[in-house]
Design a protein around this ligand. Sequence first.
Ligand SMILES: *[C@@H]1O[C@H](CO)[C@@H](O)[C@H](O)[C@H]1NC(C)=O
Length: 626
Amino acid sequence: MYFHGLFLLLLSTLALSNGNTLQGTIDIKRLQNILQENVKSKDITALYYSIKGLAELNADIPNICENLKTIKYDTKNIEQVFQLANAAAISNCQNSLKPDVINPATQLLEKKDATIPDIYHAVYTLRAFGKGSVYDKEDALKNLIQLLKKDDSPANYGYVFALCEHMGCGAWTASHAEGVLLAADESDSKALHFEGGLPVTANLLGSIQRTYKNLKKPSPLTEEQRYKFAEYLLSRRSVNTPKGASLLIEAATALADDVPSPISIAIKGKKYITSDSDTIEFSISDLIGRPVKFLKPEEVVAQSGTRLADDVVVLSKQPLTQKANEPTTFVLNLSKIKAQYGLYKIALSAGTKTANVNVAVLGEIQVTSVEVGIGDVDGTTSPKLTTVAYPNKLTEKLQADHLQKVTLKFSVRDKYNKAVLVQQAFVRVATASGDHETIFVAEPDNAKAYKVELNVGGIAKHLNFVSGGYSLTMYLGDSAVSNPIAWHIGEVLFNFGKDANAVGAPVTSAPATYRGLLPEIAHIFRSPEARPPRLVSDVFAAACAAPLLLLLLLWARLGLNMRNFPLTPSALVFHVALGASLGLYGVLWLQLSMFDTMRYLLPLGALTFLSGHRLLRRLAHDKATR
Ligand SMILES: *[C@@H]1O[C@H](CO)[C@@H](O)[C@H](O)[C@H]1NC(C)=O
């Protein structure tokens, strides 16, 4: 399947490389479904475009008069008034609406500052109710030309061209259409559209096409313009609103009705042949999928077919056959080249137009057997050979050590038993779990016989020196082969000698391709240094405490002198508070947090300060009186 995917990718990038024809069509059926789903919409815009699109396709329009009576719209928005009036006109429901729905249009035309879009919507609103003649031809065109001088955007030209269809100034349109077409914007030098996108492009293409048809004049679009506008419409083909669908139908029909109409040449269905199905179908149609007008079936010819690999021409001037009951489907019979698989380029012409199309001839490959040999690297002994037939496996497990090599020889043949080369021929050596694997490319010799040599000592490093059982699998594939082969040939036991690790034993260095869990990372803290003996630390602690001891001893010898201690409440309070502060300091060391300590210290500090102040004043006073 993988090979198939690759092949289809290749084909889709190669297929249909030409700028001469279209490579697809606009799916009118899908657009019609969108319109039919919205024909009863409660939204006036969706409803109007659904009705308009269905009318363009000549499809059945259901009765929507009741719906129109109750639908909500903004009487101040002339575009919505226009949509209501025209939806009613297309579905013959004018009598269901009140006559005054057109009043906004009459009022607008009396205004001096009406813009071109306003005028267009107003005039076509009145026209829907049979009152279009209010807009007088001569003066009206002069007025529109004045307005165009202020804003000559393609959108405005589109409205004026459409108004001319109504007013009968088609000749003016004809004298300006070519200039307007030249103002279209080009993107990627392959698509043309007008500023304003699909609405403006559809409006202009539609009105130009209708006007020229009325005048019985050939279309002003050059062939290049036709194809480029068609490319733009194809890029918009995935629209999913009724408005988009309706506009796309209008524009695409206008282009498809143009003569000569742009042609689409595309492969229908599969882009390859196999030995069972030897034909490729092409769809040749106009932009909206109808048979191409004036194209005779015998004018559809494969001018040439070239093999991409070597540019050999394999077919020329082969006519296609038109499929019965499917006038747009043409069948190319490639049975002549089905034996030579590969990619081919077909130049297909329909009338004067030619498209280059890439197709593939898918072949089938087969491999009947593989010869597996085990011998010494230095070639001193003749190798032991075992032949395995496809799709069997080796009956016994082979064994090879680091002084030996394993050789695989096989040839790939096509369906007709001719030896062929394929783009991909590999042998994979892997453990059952897939943890260790390596892949070798099989090289063909001049006789197209493939050979792989596995030098056991040499491949050891690709398998991380893990000795043990490995499976051998052969893979054969090609972008033009319909049956890629994966063949499990069997097991082989490799012994990588003294450097080896046994399968299953932990690998000392984790290889770059190691897929399992890596060992958990554990952090070990440095062990603490040894402490001094207990005696040393006790002596040191005593030495630190000695000065305090000395102080107490000296105090004991001198005795306490309390003569100057004033026995007043303030002195008492001061000393108690000071002592409590020191006590609190001790408690901080033992259990309190800093914030708790601060909370206790604050009142205590204030008390100490006040009583201290009082005490000192008293002492100073005592000294002075003495
Ligand atoms: C294609 O042509 C070959 C040989 O002319 C014929 O045998 C085969 O039936 C044709 N294939 C189809 C599908 O017509």
